[in-house]
Design a protein around this ligand. Structure first.
Ligand code: HEC
Length: 142
């Protein structure tokens, strides 16, 4: 009986810590910050920003820019395939880049549509949105 009581006391202590501990509080704050942003921006910050930078400038010789680039503004099928299949060794507007663009096919159709809509309407870009249905159609062809 005594052992059982000790176990129970230990358990409630752990639960108490999880509820009041700092990490749990930080996680809640982070979620509400993400929710307040446009969906494509959250995806961009998590999966693209490290290489293409917050303002879409890219990094010379390593990662291409996303602003004013025909790959971003032009044909949607080609653009969707960059995310689904990745890209490597392409000459982009006269430049070559040492890094490879990893495939992001693990993102669902809506997330890919959101992030592509985000890059097509930011960094000074003005192109129409990409819809989840369009991503689904390109993925189906793969
Ligand atoms: C590891 C770094 C890295 C990450 C992460 C990354 N990219 Fe890329 N991206 C590249 C590189 C390098 C290229 C050029 C590949 C080549 O040289 O063929 C590229 C090319 C592109 C292109 C076509 C060329 C251009 O300049 O527009 C688009 C569009 C693009 N990336 C969008 C994205 C998006 C959206 C994400 C996030 C979902 C992302 N990238 C994540 C490195 C990255």
């Amino acid at each position: 009986m005594k052992i059982l009581f000790c176990l129970f006391a230990g358990l409630s202590l752990t639960v108490g810590y999880a509820q009041t501990g700092k990490p749990a509080a930080t996680a809640t704050t982070a979620v509400s910050v993400v929710a307040a942003k446009r969906p494509g921006q959250a995806v961009y910050e998590q999966y693209c920003l490290a290489c293409h930078q917050a303002n879409g400038s890219g990094v010379p010789n390593l990662n291409p820019p996303l602003r004013g680039i025909d790959w971003v503004l032009g044909d949607k099928t080609r653009l969707i395939n960059v995310l689904l299949k990745g890209l490597q060794g392409q000459e982009i507007e006269g430049e070559v880049y040492d890094n490879a663009m990893p495939a992001h096919d693990f993102l669902d159709d809506a997330k890919i549509a959101d992030v592509l809509t985000y890059i097509r309407s930011n960094f000074g870009n003005k192109a129409d949105a990409v819809k989840a249905d369009e991503v689904r159609a390109v993925r189906a062809v793969k």
